[in-house]
Design a binder for this molecule. Structure first.
Ligand SMILES: [Cu+2]
Length: 521
């Protein structure tokens, strides 16, 4: 892969809108930030009125606001993580296999003004990973405030694919899609009411790499997009419309190349794909002969069956720290009418296609990676996990609200397990995330109507289930079977018991106690 070209294309300032939420036509000038260059990674607030925040990477010689980090597999990170927020925080590296001390979960948050040295090597496959705060009770507010950064990991397979696609330098983009509440062109502060705590905080506009109305210019030929759903709670059904001669009725076909933990064995042709909070997709689009493409979240039935339930728990530490935004004092619910409901169509970003390119794109490789088929050893024990909706307690895992000093269950290092996760039929979709260990989806059962039509793979699975996952959606009434492998990579030299978290990545559910600790012994 052309590393410089990719970064030049993809290094949008993730938080360009932090503090000054205006539409910007193009990303800020490119800056290369490889993971090993970072000396300090600072979380800071830039706008106390709206509460907007950003990450700053200090490279010693210069500072980069809202960096997109880039790493070769095996590359190291050795930096001070600093909390310049008025609340506790952490930096969780979502998807990476790290020790408890480096994972950045909420066990050991940094108080305001504190710093901590974090060192690790990236052992994971190439793919789009990300980093965000994980202090229990504050995660949703801080991620909404703009604290979500991308980490692109490359390796030989990844570079071979770019070469096979003959990717133009600017045609590879890494994109974080969030949704924000905008009024009069200004991003509103985080101020959830009871309904927001239950269903999740939804915005009315997409904020992509920190930009409202985001647009990029690409060349004709293949375009490769690595896309994160960084929304607090909104599910996306991602599709692309050709705008060349007015918008067509149907979204165009594209190719799914990879998921959370890297490339699939073989590409899958789709015209839409579900992407829930914390999940990533890697897709290729043929931009030849087109002038503009619009990415949208298509309308779908979001399957919320939760009317009348009580508000979720709030973490007691919330009482000790002020909100990030000066005017975030709203306790009552704002009317639903001013923002699209989950599952409504939402415009995401635009790709303008300019310049000269070949008339025909190279054939997509039929084999993308050496990823084995998903399976689990026949003697792997099955662990049953239930996602419940409790009238008083909100959303729970195994009827138990989160407690930071309790372990939900222990697993043995090196063990293989099958997790059977059953979601309640009277609940809503929950994107479930396991820290530290990628997993494979074996099978699904009980998938609802509209979603079921996209479950075209063996075992009732979606195309996205064919890759390595660290976050997987459980629809209401669905049962999933996942294959987990608690073997650590040989290079990951950390011993002793390690605590990780398993939780819903709807961030209001996560802060609302839909989380459990697991200990790897
Ligand atoms: Cu949830």
């Amino acid at each position: 892969m052309n590393r410089r070209g990719f970064l030049a294309a993809g290094l949008a300032s993730l938080g360009a809108a932090c503090g000054a939420p205006q539409v910007r036509p193009e990303p800020s000038p490119p800056a290369r930030v490889s993971l090993s260059q970072v000396r300090r990674l600072v979380a800071e607030r830039v706008d106390p009125v709206a509460g907007r925040c950003r990450f700053v990477a200090d490279l010693g010689t210069r500072q980069v606001m809202q960096p997109i980090l880039f790493a070769r597999r095996g590359e190291g990170f050795d930096a001070l993580i600093e909390n310049a927020l008025p609340q506790p925080t952490t930096v969780h590296f979502h998807g990476l296999t790290l020790s408890q001390a480096q994972d950045g979960a909420g066990f050991d948050p940094l108080a305001p003004g504190e710093r901590k040295r974090v060192r690790f090597e990236v052992q994971n496959r190439s793919g789009l990973y990300w980093f965000h705060p994980h202090p229990h009770g504050f995660t949703a507010e801080q991620v909404y405030a703009g604290l979500a950064g991308l980490l692109v990991v490359t390796d030989d397979e990844d570079q071979a694919l770019d070469a096979a696609l003959a990717l133009a330098p600017r045609n590879r983009l890494a994109l974080a899609i969030a949704d924000v509440r905008v009024a009069n062109g200004v991003i509103r502060p985080y101020a959830p009411g009871a309904a927001d705590c239950l269903h999740g905080w939804l915005g009315n506009q997409a904020l992509v790499n920190g930009q409202l109305g985001a647009a990029w210019t690409v060349a004709p030929g293949w375009v490769r997009l690595q896309i994160l759903n960084a929304c607090n709670a909104r599910g996306l059904l991602l599709g692309f419309f050709d705008l060349s001669e007015g918008r067509k009725e149907k979204p165009i076909p594209f190719h799914l190349l990879g998921t959370d933990g890297g490339l699939l064995t073989a590409p899958r042709e789709l015209d839409r794909v579900f992407l829930y909070g914390g999940e990533r997709v890697d897709v290729a689009l043929d931009a030849s002969g087109r002038r503009a493409l619009q990415a949208v979240s298509l309308e779908f039935d979001a399957r919320r069956h939760t009317q009348g339930a009580a508000a979720a728990h709030r973490h007691p530490a919330r009482e000790r720290y002020a909100p990030l935004a000066a005017d975030a004092v709203c306790q009552s619910d704002s009317p639903e009418g001013d923002r699209p409901a989950d599952g409504s169509e939402l415009a995401l970003f635009t790709l303008r296609i300019e310049g000269r390119g070949a008339d025909r794109v190279p054939t997509l490789p039929s084999r993308l990676s050496a990823l084995p088929d998903s399976s689990s050893p026949p003697d792997a024990p099955t662990r049953r996990i239930r996602l419940d909706l409790d009238e008083h307690g909100g959303f729970l895992i195994d009827q138990t609200p989160y407690a930071i000093d309790e372990t939900g269950f222990d697993v043995r290092r090196g063990a293989h397990e099958v997790w059977e996760i059953k979601n309640s039929p009277i609940s809503m979709p929950h994107p479930m995330h396991v820290h530290g260990f990628g997993f494979r989806v074996l099978r699904r059962q009980g998938t609802f109507g509209a979603a079921r039509r996209l479950a075209t793979e063996p075992g009732g699975r979606f195309a996205t289930d064919l890759g390595v996952k660290d976050t997987v959606l459980a629809w209401p009434n669905e049962t999933l079977w996942l294959a987990l492998d608690f073997t650590l990579p040989r290079e990951a030299a950390f011993g002793g018991p390690q605590r990780y978290m398993f939780h819903c990545h709807n961030l209001e559910h996560e802060d609302g106690m839909m989380m459990r600790n697991i200990t790897v012994l």
